[in-house]
Design a protein around this ligand. Structure first.
Ligand code: SF4
Length: 339
């Protein structure tokens, strides 16, 4: 790149989405605080995907575009807040509570934060999800949130914590599916995390976002993948995802030769694959591995067990209602700005 006598290579640098995500981006770059930059996910859920619905915002920055009415105020009285769960909504609720002046402890039962973003961020094309988790870790550090990993809290042990408020953010778990026959069905989450061995010919049951992204990731590794979706459209149809993301994912699936079967149902498995029925009759799909990606269900057991104790208990994120990244963050922000 050409550089002039003053060491400048240009007069103006223009940014788009990154400034929605983090308006302090230029200043953080100027002062070398790169690990404090909130990353853009390229999801378009909050910005271009909403352009026909009203003012644009940002999935990871809920106050974007409405800072004056939806920004954060310092708390009048600091409280002790115990956040149970270190996934996305747990980290967001902890971050916002701490930023407003509460004294926050976050307990996560596994050895790493991130929740469903951990498997979700495995494909390289999802690296910004990993960057978002890193950003939260850094923010919680800067805000002096006490973070305890490998810390399982139960309905009994919760009483050991001296706290004013409890927030459960225990997330969601993949729904399981059973297929009659001889094949074991493994979840997309376990495949992404490398918890199970898989072969080279894959039947993916479920053509939602997780199923399609996992199928793409496997096809990019040279595996032969068939996605079997019970609905007439993959990715929830034309209104579920912002159209630019849907078109790109569909094109990448085609380019990587992922076979898509819509309006199709897996009936049973045999030693060589699965039997699928659709309007064309019954079709055998060769597969040495059957993977399910049929959605998530709230893990709300802890909230249900403790919500009658004598201090306020709130439930947030997927453990309240399974949704996407944007609504997990927005749900947590809304709760935390009102505590
Ligand atoms: S909504 Fe998504 S794509 Fe748009 S600026 Fe925010 S993180 Fe980036």
């Amino acid at each position: 790149m050409a550089v002039d006598a003053l060491g400048k290579c240009c007069d103006i640098v223009s940014y788009g989405r990154q400034l929605l995500t983090d308006p302090q981006y230029p200043e953080k770059v100027r002062t070398g605080r790169l690990d404090e930059i909130r990353p853009c996910l390229g999801c378009h859920e909050g910005c271009l995907g909403r352009i026909s619905k009203g003012p644009i915002c940002c999935a990871v920055n809920p106050a974007c575009g409405r800072e004056e009415i939806y920004g954060l105020n310092p708390v009048k009285k600091s409280k002790r807040v115990l956040v149970i769960g270190g996934g996305l909504s747990g980290m967001e609720v902890a971050r916002v509570c701490a930023e407003r002046g509460h004294n926050v402890t976050l307990c996560e039962k596994t050895n790493q934060p991130g929740g469903n973003l951990v498997p979700g961020g495995v494909p390289d094309f999802k690296r910004n999800d990993r960057a978002l988790v890193k950003w939260y870790i850094r923010q919680l550090e800067l805000l002096n949130v006490e973070v305890k990993m490998n810390c399982l809290i139960t309905a009994e042990s919760v009483h050991e914590y001296n706290t004013d408020i409890i927030i459960t953010a225990t997330g969601s778990i993949p729904k399981s599916i059973r297929v009659d026959g001889v094949k074991e069905v493994v979840t997309a989450s376990d495949v992404l995390l490398g918890n199970v061995n898989i072969g080279n010919t894959i039947a993916m049951i479920g053509g939602g976002l997780v199923g399609c992204e996992t199928a793409l990731w496997l096809a990019m590794q040279g595996k032969k993948v068939t996605v079997i979706e019970i609905l007439p459209e993959i990715l929830g149809g034309p209104h579920e995802l912002p159209h630019m993301n849907r078109f790109m994912l569909e094109d990448l699936l085609t380019y990587n030769e992922v076979k898509i079967m819509k309006s199709s149902k897996v009936q049973k498995s045999d030693a060589n694959g699965v039997l699928v029925s659709n309007e064309n009759g019954e079709i055998h799909v060769d597969a040495d591995t059957v993977i399910s990606a049929v959605g998530y269900q709230s893990d709300d057991n802890l909230y249900n067990a403790i919500n009658k104790i004598d201090i306020p208990v709130h439930n947030v994120g997927d453990s309240r209602l399974v949704h996407n990244i944007m609504y997990s963050i927005w749900d947590a922000y809304e709760l935390a700005r009102n505590i």
